[in-house]
Design a protein around this ligand. Sequence first.
Ligand code: ADE
Length: 285
Amino acid sequence: MAEVGSPEATEPAAAVEAPAASDGTARPPLEIEILTLFPGMFTGPLGESIPGRVQTRGLAVVRVHDLRQWGMGRHKTVDDYTYGGGAGMVLRPEPVAEALDVLRRPDSTVILPDPGGEVFAQPRAHDLAERSHLIILCPRYEGVDERIRSMVDLELSIGDYVLSGGEIPALVMVDTIMRLLPGAIDAESTAEESFTSGLLEYPQYTRPAEFRGVTVPSTLTSGHHEAVRKWRLKEALRRTLGRRPELLEGRALTKEEAKLMGEVRAEVRAEAADLEGNDTGSAAK
Ligand code: ADE
């Protein structure tokens, strides 16, 4: 077993002082166990940037376990042919059961990345960030013996495509969860970002104020906080309507949002009419 993190983040969880939560109480670090046949895949991604810092600060502890240590026989076998025939190998249940016998605790949530699972989205990430002990089992080969599914609490998919194993999905989940831990990043960033509010994030600009003829919207440089807030909300609505309209379907709009959305729709209609007018004009020539 190896702890992942920046080189200095190898202290055991108990040696790290728990950070204070917003209510003043100390929250113990989120403990994450990863079961994989490729432990090396986690070192880089979890050692750098926010995941690395989260561990150095003691907000989370990640332990990567080589599943092969629970493999069977002299060759530490973990896979076998599928009954009934067919291409590829399947993960056997025994090594997984034995690993879970060692790692599972009463407070554990055991997760199986699987393309047929619940689609992993921001609300689930928030939910998992509040738990205390996650175990992520990363399958390889063509899949897992069906009996493994009854050993896990959650099957999660990161999207409608098939990866060659569960390691990258596990990294996606761990990164998403870690940045939500209190103290990981500025609370304002996670409150305002895409999906948390049910809307896509508004456009952002930095210097220069003009780049290749494109200027920053004047409201953003006005210094008028209320106008900036309204502009951002309206642009978040516009972007969501244009790119991910289905996100708006189950979401009730506040009175202010409904008013801004009315303006957006009117602007979109005017733009479409304008374009149509131009098209007709050029076709008539
Ligand atoms: N394993 C292979 N593809 C996957 C996906 N899309 N999500 C989760 N686990 C997977």
